[in-house]
Design a protein around this ligand. Structure first.
Ligand code: UGA
Length: 442
């Protein structure tokens, strides 16, 4: 059955969710306050790089099942199912999450709800938020308790957003036990195709659903920092962290995924989510439970400093005047997102210490220029490496993984390369006479 859905927020999460819900056969209205973004989406253009999303967006628009608007009145008239997919960035000056966008949607939308409706939250929020929003909605909505809030956290990864939305590992739904309603029935209708495919549909209370999301990201961050801590030990003990990861990853209880040592995690989610989690645990009086996440954060940030120090060693102890090529600016490959990107952060630190830094990224150049206008941006990987004293590979794009010593030998000033993502074959580079160093590798 087709549902009428409004999706608030048209960033990575909202735009993907809106397009995918239309692809499932629902009638969808994407809502945002940013009219420039809406104009792009209406024209079938995705305002960020996300493989596969443009195809789904275009076919959803052509089917007539997907439209966009900046009008909350239109959304409240059209739909009786609302999804909140706005951002919850880190607050300026502290670790907590900034909920102003989520609150703004509720304050504007709820007073317009005149028919029984369900609001599903998708944004990552501190535990306890959904319950508070539910109370607020019942207070503000003309239909009172016939306006419900449920939580349906999102686990999509950038670069795999469509796949993760249409074929997630699980669907999670949090319900408010103190305000029973129709949310479960409605969610089962929306996701009927996915549930029929056998995707697990897990129903729980609101607080647990909020925590499932934060706990998942905290676990992933911990896994990455664990292997990066092992990388530090491997460096001290002259061992190889990539070989170690392959070996421990064979144990099914551990698993090899998310055990890639390197310059660490970044992006708009993992770093801010573990901080918001610590902050919320503190408010709840459970801060001791999460003090280990501070160490997870520390290990992660140390990787960036380690990269800067290794670069300095590679140019005989003086960054001042050195020419450094940086391959990669996005926080991970197949994304143009540079939020808290280790690559760009390292490039910036090295430049601030007097080196001349030339950066190339296949997709993230425009976004990088906006936040780091003082770096030099090259037209290609080869151009970035021309005249370099050392090359740093900081995002493992396929095009960098394919590079061979022969591609660069003639353009660099010195044959030195640091593999910040352990994505190159060390032997190939060393056999060709290059100075190669990989993080946590012999
Ligand atoms: C992450 C989660 O993986 C998603 O499940 C979640 O929905 C999303 O956050 C979110 O909260 O919205 P994402 O930020 O797209 O997704 O990126 P990841 O694929 O998790 O990678 C995060 C960072 O960890 C990247 O900088 C990546 O390079 C780094 N990483 C990842 C490693 O350094 N090593 C690894 O082994 C894996």
């Amino acid at each position: 059955m087709s549902c009428r859905i409004a999706v608030f927020g048209t960033g990575y999460l909202g735009a993907t969710h809106a397009a995918c819900m239309a692809a499932l056969g629902h009638e969808v209205l994407g809502v945002d306050v940013d009219v420039a973004k809406l104009a792009k989406l209406e024209a079938g253009e995705v305002p960020f790089f996300e493989p596969g999303l443009e195809g789904v967006l275009k076919s959803s628009l052509e089917s007539g099942r997907l439209r966009f608007t900046s009008s909350y009145e239109e959304a409240a008239d059209f739909a009786d199912i609302h999804f909140i997919g706005v951002g919850t960035p880190q607050r300026r000056g502290d670790f907590g999450a900034d909920l102003s966008h989520v609150d703004a949607v509720i304050e504007k939308l709820a007073p317009l709800i005149r028919k029984p409706s369900v609001i599903f939250g998708k944004s990552t929020v501190p535990v306890g938020t959904a319950r508070r929003l539910g109370r607020r909605v019942r207070e503000l909505a003309p239909v009172g308790e016939h306006a419900e809030v449920a939580w349906n956290p999102e686990f999509l990864r950038e670069g795999f957003a469509v796949q993760d939305t249409l074929h997630p590992d699980r669907l999670v739904l949090g319900l408010d036990p103190s305000a029973p309603g129709r949310a479960e029935e409605v969610a089962r209708e929306i996701y009927a195709k996915l549930i029929d495919e056998g995707i697990p549909f897990l129903v729980m209370d609101l607080a647990t659903a909020e925590l499932v999301k934060t706990a998942a990201n905290a676990f992933l961050a911990t896994k990455i920092s664990f292997i990066n801590a092992m990388a530090e030990v491997c460096e001290a003990a002259d061992a190889d962290v990539a070989v170690l990861a392959d070996a421990i990853g064979r144990d099914e209880r551990i698993g090899r995924r998310f055990l890639k040592a390197g310059v660490g995690f970044g992006g708009g989610c993992l770093p801010k989510d573990i901080r918001a989690f610590m902050s919320r645990a503190g408010e709840l009086g459970a801060d001791q439970a999460l003090t280990f996440l501070r160490e997870v954060d520390n290990i992660n940030m140390r990787r960036r400093s380690r990269m800067v120090e290794m670069t300095r060693e590679f140019v005989e102890g003086r960054l001042l005047g050195a020419r450094v090529a940086v391959l990669g600016a996005a926080f991970k490959p197949d994304s143009d997102d540079v939020r808290d990107s280790p690559a760009l952060n390292i490039a910036g630190q090295i430049q601030l210490q007097g080196a001349s830094v030339s950066v190339f990224d296949p997709k993230a150049m425009e976004n990088s220029k906006k936040i780091f206008p003082t770096l030099t941006y090259a037209e290609s990987a080869i151009a970035a490496c021309t005249g370099a004293d050392v090359i740093l590979v900081l995002t493992e794009w396929a095009e960098f993984r394919k590079l061979l010593p022969g591609d660069l030998e003639d353009v660099v000033r010195r044959t030195k390369i640091i593999d910040g993502r352990n994505c190159l074959d060390a032997r190939t580079w060393r056999d060709a006479g290059w100075d190669y160093w990989g993080m946590g590798r012999r």
